[in-house]
Ligand binder design. Sequence first.
Ligand code: SAH
Length: 243
Amino acid sequence: MTFAATILTLYPEMFPGPLGTSLAGRALGEGRWSCSPVQIRDFATDKHKSVDDTPAGGGAGMVLRADVVASAIDSVADGRPALAMTPRGKPLTQERVRELAQGPGVTILCGRFEGFDERLFEARDIEEVSIGDYILSGGEMGALVLLDACIRLLPGVMGAASSGDDESFETGLLEYPHYTRPQIWEGRTIPQVLRSGDHAKIAAWRKRRAEIDTRSRRPDLWERHEGVRVQSPSGAQRHEDET
Ligand code: SAH
């Protein structure tokens, strides 16, 4: 099945962009996903082809018109989830990425200027998504991020099918750190346990490091992880045994 990505944008030439290379580019060539950028301006109705106007209430910048953007959305409506890139949206998570990757594809609306007329989100079923607490100049980079995260999860895209399982966020924790040859670099060695060949010990070390690093680097993730564990008595017991 092909994961169909339709991107509504004022800059269709930005797609597939970097997703035309490497893993995603090969998958595109193999037909595992499709990329259909749509020019929002084609749905403008006045002679100037205007897509934006000044903000009601005053202030800097321009706002994307609800009527023009809705026409663009309606022209591609096909039952796939419609997402809009906005800093006010729900922060994107690996969990949501996984759900989307398992579906038929996505329609992504890319904002520019000050963003969209709010009535668009009242009148259409559109999920507002943020890729982080910072401001981009447009939604296109966000769409590329979201698509990249989905595409690598599509069947047959990642080399080893299992290589995603331990990944940061998949387990609720950050992943453990990695090492590779040379054995000694600038006087630093690879942790002894990783050279022991003892798979049980290696797994235990990795689990421990994932926990230690998550606790110190991402207390927010750690708290959520612990919250889940406290609710399950066997999990809580296991935790006490380790510390
Ligand atoms: N005035 C808006 C920012 C507009 S930035 C505000 O303060 O909330 C212009 C466009 O870039 C947005 O419409 C959106 O599509 C995109 N964008 C900017 N930051 C983003 C983010 N963190 N996540 C997703 N999209 C973003």
